[in-house]
Design a binder for this molecule. Sequence first.
Ligand SMILES: [Zn+2]
Length: 355
Amino acid sequence: MTLDELESAINEWLSQGATDIFLSEDQRTRVRINGEVVPVNDSTMSRQDLIRLWEACEIDPASANEIDSRYQMKNGGYIRANLYRAMGNLSAAIRPIKAIIPPLDSLGLPTDLIRHWIHRRSGLILVTGTTGSGKSTTLASALEELNESRQSHIITLEDPIEYLFQNKKSFFSQRELNSDTAKFSTALRASLRQNPDVIMIGEIRDEETAQIAVRAAMTGHLVITTVHANNPIGSLKRLLNLNVDATLLSDCLLGVFSQRLVRLYCEKCGSQSVMSAAHTSKAQATLKGCDHCFNTGFQSRKPVMSHILIDTSNKRLLEGAISDLDFQDSMTDEAQTLHQQNRIPLSEVIKLESL
Ligand SMILES: [Zn+2]
């Protein structure tokens, strides 16, 4: 396989909805589609195929063991390739760096709520959700809306960069952990001297970052960040555990939302899935699928969301009985509706409830 052939195969898989591509010598190529890793065909990659890719990324296959690399394809698109060895075999985990950011309205989320938050001039917006919950896309779409509507300086601190912003009305400083800065906390502290209006922090992981983020939100910046937790209440507890002052937090917090993705049936074979036992099975069952959906039965995913809006009564509660916060657990309701509409199996609803 030449490099051109590999690039066109990568583009083809990405256009079919693959979010990750896994290549390894003597192995079938697999892609992650709607969260599941599936083989794309029966052919295997040769060592020479992998050597070509490593060399195109300017990495010496003879000496490197694992390394992150950014690579521009001939069509102009960028991919991130983590090149590594597995039992001596050259391998690559590939993910696109996306230049096309979906409009907020296209995501199927309650956009009024998100707009109400992101058009504020200062304050803190928290987003929770696990890896692969689609929260990076939501954040990118929200920032792109600011880019199109507001003349501002937007600093992003990311690990890794997933979307490339083009400066429109706003000016972006996109900074990546490891390649542009060693630590989120150092970059965040420095960002306050870079005169931003909006700061997006990929994730708050430590006390120092949490404290500076709150201080920035208190001093005329809009701060948007993610906190690793299962639900909005959990993310607030996590911040308090990082010794963020509850009074300061309640003063600057605009809202919290959590997001998950549910898998929608494939358009081509969905009716056959609805007829099968898997549709009403509580445990995840295998669907027959078709060529159109890599035999998974699912074609795309839709975000569902729960949130806490910080109003006067929730502000008071935030400083005391945090578990009593008025928390709109709408994601399960929405998933149940999708199941009743025969668009998702019951197991997708159960998956949300079990978190
Ligand atoms: Zn299908």
